[in-house]
Design a protein around this ligand. Structure first.
Ligand code: UDX
Length: 436
């Protein structure tokens, strides 16, 4: 099928390439000339495993093209809207202006039988307003459906091609049939299909992210209790996780969740629920957010407890991205802790296998170091902020010979406590009683 994808950020670029992999002919539209030039040159503007290879393959097979102008020489049967819905600068709500401006531009170039599909994460009720706006501009009733995307950074393409489920929300049978054609190869493999009404489809995504955020904050709340009672939150998670009603996934305690989705989605959800007069129903998400923020503050407090006044103290942050295998630093707990420590006067060095160059000229108060053994020299405290696999293979003996003080805070509970302690380190693990 001829498919058009509007918005070539994380979601859109991945979706465009997933569509090409399913055998469709894809046109990607984005107003950002740099991004389009980059993609046409075979380069992905962010790090995501497997995407670069898929882009080169799709370009050489001519199954994908990218452009900035909102025009289609051959009409697409299905157009996906994948633009961003960031948090507004003035408050906690989601900014849907990119969705509506994409809708307005699209309404001028689509045909009455084109199916427009929203994939962006939006406050419930957005789709209906978008359908009305587009129909008015187009001069005919626009077919609009909603089809949330659940991809995770680091496994984005894999998640798109092998989703746990496909959710389709539509007002008419024609639109859902077209979407089922798009996803035929995935559905034929027996992937569950959940057909719902449009408001439910809009809600599914924020509900899933709110649930995941709540799970992480739950275990981080248990870590707070463990810290004042001498219990161990890692063992606790293991013990409750064996109950398959609870499950052991998303129960890793540490410095909390970040990224471009979970934090903004729970805030946007609360704001939308309040607009709808049902704020109380999700007011617990404010606690979920607050628990998450407290974990960041806890690391700063621990640093102060260990080092005294932070002024001129040398601290090394290992890892900056919000999760490993990603160079995304949006709302990253590790980055925020590094900035808070620097603000308190510490001399903070940062190391990350991938994110340092992506920082450009931002946060110059943090000293960047690509070589981990050079970074270690003279440090009085090391903090593990992102659980990159390579940090697990650090030799605590050799590493210990470089630092000034063998003191480490494991913000992700991934280090081998015994090995580090045997090498003479004082190791502080969040939510754990490790008896140094
Ligand atoms: C998330 C959702 O998982 C995905 O379905 C949605 O489409 C987009 O948002 P992503 O932001 O890529 O994906 O990251 P995810 O793997 O969900 O992790 C989110 C954050 O939670 C990370 O900062 C991670 O470090 C943290 N986390 C995760 C924990 O602190 N503990 C855990 O047990 C799991």
């Amino acid at each position: 099928m001829k498919i058009c994808v509007v918005g070539l950020g994380y979601l859109g670029a991945t979706h465009a390439l997933a569509m090409a992999k399913l055998g469709h002919e894809v046109l990607g539209l984005d107003l950002d000339t740099n991004r389009v030039d980059y993609l046409n040159a075979g380069k992905v503007p962010f790090h995501e495993p497997g995407l670069q290879e898929s882009l080169r393959e799709a370009l050489s097979e001519e199954s994908v093209t990218f452009q900035t102008s909102f025009e289609m020489t051959e009409p697409a049967a299905v157009v996906f809207i994948c633009v961003g819905t960031p948090q507004t600068s003035s408050g906690q709500t989601a900014d849907t202006s990119f969705v509506f401006s994409a809708g307005e531009s699209l309404a001028k170039i689509i045909l009455p039988d084109t199916v427009v599909v929203g994939k962006s994460t939006v406050p419930v009720g957005t789709a209906e307003a978008l359908r009305d706006q587009m129909s008015e501009v187009a001069g005919f009733p626009v077919h609009l459906a909603w089809n949330p995307e659940f991809l995770r950074e680091g496994t984005a393409l894999e998640d798109s091609l092998n989703p746990d489920r496909i959710v389709i929300g539509s007002w008419d049978d024609y639109s859902s049939q077209k979407l089922k054609e798009v996803y035929k190869p995935i559905l034929d493999r027996g992937t569950p299909l959940v057909e719902v009404d449009v408001p439910t489809a809009e809600l599914v995504k924020v509900a899933a992210n709110a649930f995941l955020a709540t799970k992480v904050s739950f275990i981080n709340a248990m870590a707070e209790i463990a810290e004042v009672s001498g219990a161990d939150a890692v063992d606790l998670a293991k013990a409750i996780g064996y109950d398959d009603r609870i499950g052991n996934k998303f129960l890793r305690n540490g410095i909390g969740f970040g990224g471009g989705c979970l934090p903004k989605d729970i805030r946007g959800f609360v704001a939308r629920a309040e607009e709808l007069g049902a704020g109380e129903a999700v007011s617990f998400l404010k606690d979920v957010d607050a628990i998450n923020q407290r974990r960041r503050a806890r690391v700063v407090t621990l640093a102060e407890q260990e080092l005294g006044r932070l002024n001129d103290k040398k601290i090394l942050m290992l890892g900056l991205s919000f999760k490993p295998d990603s160079d995304d630093m949006r709302d990253s707990p590790a980055l925020e802790i590094a900035l808070q420590l620097a603000k308190a006067g510490a001399e903070v060095t940062i190391h990350d296998p991938m994110s340092l160059d992506a920082m450009g000229d931002k946060h110059l108060e943090l000293r960047r170091e690509h070589d981990i053994s050079v970074a270690a020299k003279g440090q009085e405290l090391v903090i593990l902020g992102t659980e990159w696999a390579e940090y697990n293979s650090i030799d605590p003996v050799k590493f210990g010979a470089q630092v000034k003080t063998r003191l480490i805070i494991d913000g992700r509970n991934v280090l081998d406590v015994a090995a580090w302690q045997t090498a003479g380190w004082r190791l502080i693990a969040l939510g754990r009683n490790v008896h140094n």
